[in-house]
Write a protein that binds this ligand. Sequence first.
Ligand code: TTP
Ligand code: MG
Length: 362
Amino acid sequence: MSQRKIIHIDADSFYASVEMRENPSLQGLPLAVGGPAESRGVIATCNYEARRFGVHSAMPSSRARQHCPDLIILKPRFDLYREVSRQFHEIFRRYTQRIEPLSLDEAFLDVTASSAQRGSATLIAQDIRQCIKRELQLTVSAGIAPNKFLAKVGSDWDKPDGCFTITPEQVADFMLDLPVSRINGVGAVTEAKLAKLGARTCGELQHIPLDVLLRQFGKYGARLAQLAHGQDQREVRTSRVRKSISVENTFSRDIADEQTMQSALEGLLDELENRFHRIEEQYRPHKRVVKVKFDDFNQTTIEETIADNGEHWLNNVAYRGLLARAWRRGNRPVRLLGAGLRLTPHKLENREQLALFGADQD
Ligand code: TTP
Ligand code: MG
């Protein structure tokens, strides 16, 4: 297999940076985006000024205020962030169609076959960063490497506004001192277990026999052994063509009254909205779906077409109606409830996927 060239892009303090761009008077002030401190909100992210006070993502906003009394906390504006994310992707597509989004502000790009910048992945990454700065007034950090694992390590290496390349020739040296905590999936527990085995760095991890790793970590042990050497064969996956997306919940106790069921449905819809937003650049929902499994394990699915008149898919009333109809079909307690969407890929994606299916074999 020929050597891949992978770029990982990750925007710097994404939501906060977008807010500072929209309102430059916020620049230089400690700023967070998240839920209000008064109503048990949490911080989604904060700018680097706020990070100096110890504020970070997922911290309760009230705690963040204790760390930084002058912290400005803005409500998130997801529509705005999604639009920016779409603009990032427009820029990426100038260089490659092989893009794997990980979140609104993060993506892998495979530029192995790209002829831009005479095929230099580092120069392509610099170009992308410049375009984003010039056209969108935002900074992103980039990592460039022969695989996804190291590209992601690279984008974090020099953040914010950083660009870090690990060439194939540098990999072996680079791994020696890389802390195992940099490996995706190595959290505090795995890190502590590895430390007990004497492996704080990937270099040390390389010396632990495979059978020890397999015993300690199961299948993940084999993966750890590869990553310790800086090896990662995963390809950049442009989204598989999804036909639907759904969320469901099996209740700890069967539900027999409509009120409880409807509020369970609301929770599912919140989650569905979240999940769908991650892929909404690529898909348009065309049907709503509700699934009900009864306590006798019979299940029924009911769906309806979303009107083509600009109606939003997230129409709680419509979902409630579907649920009521589905429930009536069994008319008995419910053990599982699901809500979903049937999807159509947007046209551009369609074209990309057609192209890919012709040429995407490893
Ligand atoms: P990240 O890329 O993890 O963080 P960031 O872009 O804010 O900061 P940086 O990359 O410079 O370290 O996440 C991207 C966005 O996702 C972030 O701006 C807000 C959102 N987010 C949450 O809502 N909750 C979280 O716990 C995290 C980590 C991120
Ligand atoms: Mg980021």
